[in-house]
Design a protein around this ligand. Structure first.
Ligand SMILES: [Zn+2]
Length: 191
């Protein structure tokens, strides 16, 4: 792990290593740099993230189940799995790729790469809600649920949402992305 940490630079994928119980045993410099740049000082390697369960940092019960399933499948298949997801900022669609690489002794290396970005206009800020009736947002593709449809956040503008106030959402996983939990060999690319 130390040799992997050496030489890690800003352009490297955000990477962490999990033990057999999904506890974070190491992170790279890109992890710390990303955390520092996004107000996540509490999850930097110097602040106690090492030894914590990855799943404790995942918001939303359904999202936790899907991530847990993906980790189990990667271990069960004993070969890398990869898929795309979104991790938008208020002003940018951020298209990312996650790769889970099984290592020795049931440990996993997990990499997150930023593939490309697109501006979002207008842009909305989101806040966490524990209200069961809150608008639901998919943690994987970042779309919002309207009835039977899952829409981009820009659909909020059509529904009269105020750009200035954070939109309170509950995090879940949409039906399309839920298929990620199934043991497909090459993963899926959410629409
Ligand atoms: Zn989704």
């Amino acid at each position: 792990m130390d040799s992997a940490r050496e030489g890690a630079g800003a352009a490297d994928p955000v990477t962490y290593w999990l033990d057999a119980y999904d506890r974070i045993v190491a992170v790279n410099e890109a992890w710390d740099a990303f955390a520092a740049a996004n107000g996540g000082e509490e999850v930097m390697s110097t602040n106690g993230v090492i030894g914590q369960s990855l799943l404790d940092y995942v918001v939303g019960d359904k999202t936790r189940l899907v991530i847990d399933s993906c980790l189990r499948v990667a271990r069960g298949m004993a070969r890398p799995r990869q898929w795309s997801y979104r991790c938008d900022s208020p002003s940018m669609r951020r298209y990312q790729r996650m790769t889970i690489i099984p290592d020795a002794e049931e440990t996993l290396r997990v990499e997150h790469e930023l593939l490309r970005t697109e501006p979002i206009v207008p842009n909305f800020h989101f806040g966490f809600s524990k209200d069961r009736d809150a608008l639901r947002r998919c943690s994987i593709c970042n779309r919002l649920e309207y009835g039977t449809l899952w829409c981009e956040s820009t659909a909020l503008a059509d529904r009269g949402a105020e750009v200035s106030a954070p939109v309170q959402v509950a995090y879940t996983v949409c039906p399309t992305c839920e298929q990620l939990a199934h043991p497909l060999p090459d993963g899926l690319t959410p629409r």
